[in-house]
Design a protein around this ligand. Structure first.
Ligand SMILES: [Zn+2]
Ligand SMILES: [Zn+2]
Length: 482
């Protein structure tokens, strides 16, 4: 691990959209002058690199906290620096000093800026006690960064990514246009551009659940040209899944053993050796894109080592229907600032009469600023407690065996398509910036589509801005796993 850290040469800065727009209103009020601020940030070390997650924004008031400098043009006052750096230390967060230059497409530190880092940062690293310290400089359409690591290394900013309904990317200078995009993607690159297509190839997408909805998402992601998928599901395919899982065959379900009329023990054996759902998704993905990187995890996202494999994703899909999975997904979104969407379909049946009530597909975008599944009471404490019991106890408690819920491929398809578009239009920056985050409910019986504004509670311990909240904590907090 220590060796890994010493090799770090660049880092990405992830900014929630609201924090970025508050910061930019302060840095670029239209006076053409320089302004200052401090950002506290969570830290994520993964194989894909180092990420800093902007958590709190402290604006430096001109003339009070940000004053004419002795050596440079302007500087943060020692008092402001000391107070914010102590806050970062106490909260186990990185300290980033922010200012701005110009309005252009490129930006870099001046010699005076870099000299001030050399003078000030070694002492700040001592104060921070184990967290990095850095400087960030913005132009209106660019960002550069110089990060000093507690291990002694130093990293430059590669990309600033603003997480909202449409993802915005900022770089020290405009990125070069990709050359020679695969003609396979000609038709869709006409919508996304070669740049959009190469962004898809560079993306790591997490899919929690490889059942009816997850399997469609895996298919869509691979066909779109996403370069890296990580998918998790604890189940093997069975014969009743065949009407819904693309690419699943009768052989995958070991039909010879599991068909109606076979002895119970033989059916049981067949179910034990049938194909894993994640392996079917891998096969489908490889057929769509031969060089795809596919991590298929046969297990439960509630296990800590498994959940941790999703923390460096660029986008998350939740296509599993347990409340424990909802809790973990919701935490991944907010602790690691990864945009995500929960998707599913439901047919509610009256338990007594067996009459079909509501039928719907639902797609819920979950973004750092949009409120969360916890705020919206979509994670239920009683269900969590029930799910944490072993299977036998669960059935005993309910006095009945769990009846399989109705499930239909077309309902899954509506949800999966909308969810995949959530990813596609935000990741490639195609969504209009004015559009609101809303849950989408599609009801085929009423032939109706309903939009629901998600709830957001500022005091929420998962997504809120309070000092206790999980928001943007990165590696310094444990996920709600077992
Ligand atoms: Zn400067
Ligand atoms: Zn919340």
């Amino acid at each position: 691990m220590a060796k890994e850290m010493a090799r770090v040469t660049d880092f990405d800065l992830i900014l929630p959209e609201k924090l970025k727009s508050n910061l930019f209103a302060h840095l670029f009020p239209g006076d053409g002058d320089e302004h200052g601020a401090v950002i506290s940030a969570g830290v994520v070390h993964t194989d894909r690199g180092l990420r800093l997650l902007a958590r709190n924004l402290f604006l430096a008031e001109d003339g009070t906290d940000y004053v004419p400098g002795k050596r440079g043009y302007r500087m943060l006052t020692p008092r402001f620096v000391m107070e914010r750096s102590r806050y970062c230390r106490d909260q186990d967060l990185a300290y980033l000093a922010v200012h701005n230059h110009g309005e252009g497409e490129s930006v870099g530190f001046s010699g005076v800026d870099l000299a001030s880092h050399e003078r000030g940062y070694p002492a700040l690293i001592d104060i921070l006690q184990g967290q990095p310290v850095g400087g960030i400089v913005f132009a209106k359409h660019a960002v550069a960064g110089d990060l000093w690591l507690p291990s002694g290394g130093r990293a430059v900013l590669r990309e600033g990514r603003v997480i909202g309904g449409s993802i915005e990317r900022l770089y020290p200078k405009p990125p070069s246009v990709p050359l020679g995009v695969d003609s396979t993607y000609d038709r869709q690159a006409r919508l996304l551009g070669d740049r959009g297509q190469s962004l898809l190839n560079g993306a790591k997408v997490g899919i929690i659940g490889a059942g009816g909805v997850g399997a469609l998402l895996g298919l869509y992601m691979a066909r779109l040209g996403v370069g890296h998928i990580v998918a998790v599901d604890p189940d093997r395919i069975d014969i009743t899944n065949l009407p819904r899982v693309p690419g699943a065959t009768r052989f995958d379900a070991r039909i010879w053993f599991t068909a109606d009329g076979r002895p119970k023990w033989l059916q049981k054996f067949g179910r034990r050796i049938s194909s894993r759902k994640v392996d079917i998704m891998r096969r489908v993905a490889r057929r769509a894109k031969r060089d795809i990187r596919f991590d298929g995890i046969f297990g439960d996202v509630v296990d800590d080592t498994i959940a941790m494999q999703f923390r460096d994703c660029d986008f998350l899909f939740l296509a599993a229907d347990t409340h424990q999975a909802r809790l973990v997904f919701n935490a991944l979104v907010h602790q690691y600032l990864i945009p995500g969407v929960q998707v599913g379909s439901k047919v509610s049946v009256d338990k007594v009469t067996g009459k079909i009530n509501d039928v719907f597909s639902v797609v819920r975008p979950v973004l750092p600023d949009s409120g969360c599944l916890w705020c919206a009471k979509l994670v239920d404490q009683a269900r969590l407690a029930e799910e944490s019991l072993p299977k036998e106890k669960r059935e005993h408690q309910r006095y009945i065996e769990e009846v399989p819920a109705p499930s239909v491929v077309t309902l899954n398809g509506v949800g999966a398509s909308h969810a995949a578009n959530e990813f596609l239009f935000s990741w490639t920056g195609l969504r209009r910036p004015t559009c609101e985050e809303q849950y989408l409910l599609y009801k085929p019986r009423e032939r109706k589509t309903k939009m629901i504004i998600p709830l957001r509670k500022e005091e929420c311990i998962e997504c809120g801005g309070g000092t206790e909240s999980r928001r943007a904590r990165g590696d310094s907090m444990k996920l709600p796993t077992r």
